[in-house]
Design a protein around this ligand. Structure first.
Ligand code: SF4
Length: 456
């Protein structure tokens, strides 16, 4: 592919945004593997041709078309889309039609670089004459990831609800994996079982998602959990529990984080990673919080128009948040009656922790809000160690590290920063091994893990 880099500013607004996905192929980059597969299946249930792209196979292309200053997730996803389109062009020959594809790349409103990935990727795609017509479909945290405009109006709310539910179920499947793999009877059993289970849940979401038949999906999940429990070897004693926080893409993308959960498990850990639904709840909560602040401000100034607008937003975002938390709670409650999976943190509680401890503030925003408060929660719950996983130079995660490291030292809880780019650091394994030694010592002193068999 030949590229010529000229910035077309009009294209940045016209070819990045929310587009009608009917009759298009919607290309979703991998992040949490189970999460994106279930979301894609949900979209297919609504008649959208959603496809999960292979990941990291085009990393060389990603590196070639970035300067090295971008965040690692930007390099990976750039490589993913370029590789996919290259292969698609080879496969279809003259039938390749770039206008048929919408590449999914969401954004945040700031303050870090995530708002810029899709603009930068637009410039790269525009630099190939044959790829100019590939659209970039973007959802934004500014409106709490609204899906308006991508499908028939009457289906928008149902799609949002089903997609959110698919993320919750994917989180539960991930937690099931981390719960049983450290205690499996034979190496490899859990990975095979979870891969199979992911496909079962994909079929469930494709079949039942559009009708919001969530009970049928939960029935299937119950069967999966009961089967998963048979993989556990009851003779393996409980292990130290390690909590992971950090940047959502790298901490959930197994190749990006060089499979850190498996490495920790190799050194004797049971690991719990922060969930993906937590981030969705956070964006909804934050829009609600901002609307509340705006309302109070307009009330002080007695500006009726803005007050009305803010009130509408308060009602809308609060409604979404309540719905999400209720759905999440119901799903976890049912599964926790079968196996002891850890529940998700409630975002309002995390907000209160930061206020109470005066550590950070939701006004600053970013994932640092979730990571810092999440670590405090792990500490309160008695975890034996915490790992902060993030892309090298990630701004929110560096803030997290600066705030949390002294705190963990004071509490004598083992803590490890794990920044990643595409390089393999020779000292990484030694750092993880040392960290796990400390976690084992903490576990001996304080205990905590109840092992895989306890139910709440
Ligand atoms: S969260 Fe970190 S990795 Fe993501 S865009 Fe911001 S600085 Fe980059």
């Amino acid at each position: 592919m030949e590229s010529e880099r000229v910035i077309d500013f009009q294209s940045l607004t016209e070819n990045v945004g929310r587009f009608d996905l009917r009759n298009k192929t919607f290309l979703i980059p991998q992040m949490s593997k189970i999460g994106v597969h279930l979301v894609a299946a949900t979209f297919r249930g609504f008649g959208i041709n959603a496809k999960v792209m292979d990941t990291c196979r085009g990393l060389d292309l990603g590196k070639e078309y970035t300067s090295g200053k971008e965040c690692y997730p930007c390099q990976i996803t750039t490589g993913d889309i370029l590789y996919f389109l290259k292969k698609e062009k080879e496969r279809l020959g003259k039938d390749f039609s770039p206008g048929n594809y919408v590449f999914f790349m969401p954004e945040t409103g700031g303050p870090c670089r995530f708002g810029m990935y899709n603009k930068y990727q637009r410039i790269i795609l525009d630099s190939f004459p044959e790829l100019k017509d590939v659209k970039i479909g973007s959802l934004t945290t500014r409106d709490g990831y609204s899906l308006a405009g991508i499908i028939e109006k009457e289906q928008v709310r149902d799609l949002r609800k089903a997609a959110y539910f698919s993320i919750v179920i994917a989180d539960i499947l991930d937690r099931l994996l981390w719960k049983i793999r450290p205690y499996e009877k034979e190496p490899g059993m859990t990975d095979d079982f979870i891969e199979r289970s992911m496909h079962v849940m994909e079929d469930s979401f494709e079949t039942y998602g559009a009708n919001k038949d969530f009970d049928k999906i939960l029935d299937k999940l119950e069967e999966i959990i009961n089967e998963g429990k048979t993989i556990i070897d009851p003779g393996i004693p409980p292990k130290p529990i390690i909590g992971i926080v950090g940047e959502i893409y790298v901490r959930t993308h197994v190749q990006a984080n060089q499979d850190i959960i498996r490495v920790l498990e190799r050194y004797g850990a049971e690991v719990i990673n922060a969930s993906v639904a937590e981030w969705i709840n956070y964006t909804t909560y934050d829009r609600f919080r901002e609307a509340r602040i705006g309302f109070r401000f307009s009330l002080k100034q007695l500006r009726l128009g803005p007050m009305r607008e803010y009130l509408k937003k308060i009602i809308s975002f609060k409604g979404d948040l309540l719905y999400q938390e209720l759905r999440q709670k119901q799903a976890y409650k049912r599964m926790r009656s079968l196996i002891d999976l850890s529940e998700d943190h409630k975002v309002a509680d995390l907000d209160n922790i930061l206020k109470e401890k005066d550590l950070f503030c939701f006004d600053v925003g970013t994932e640092a809000c979730l990571s810092i408060a999440g670590i405090v929660e792990y500490a309160r719950e008695g975890y034996n160690g915490v790992v902060n996983v993030y892309p090298f130079t990630c701004m929110p995660s560096t803030i997290t590290s600066a705030i949390v490291k002294p705190l963990m030292n004071k509490l004598r809880i083992p803590y490890l920063d794990a920044p990643y780019d595409s390089a393999f650091q020779p000292g990484r394994e030694a750092a993880i091994r040392t960290f796990m030694y400390q976690a084992h010592q903490h576990f001996k002193r304080n205990g905590i893990s109840t092992g895989p068999f306890s139910t709440s």
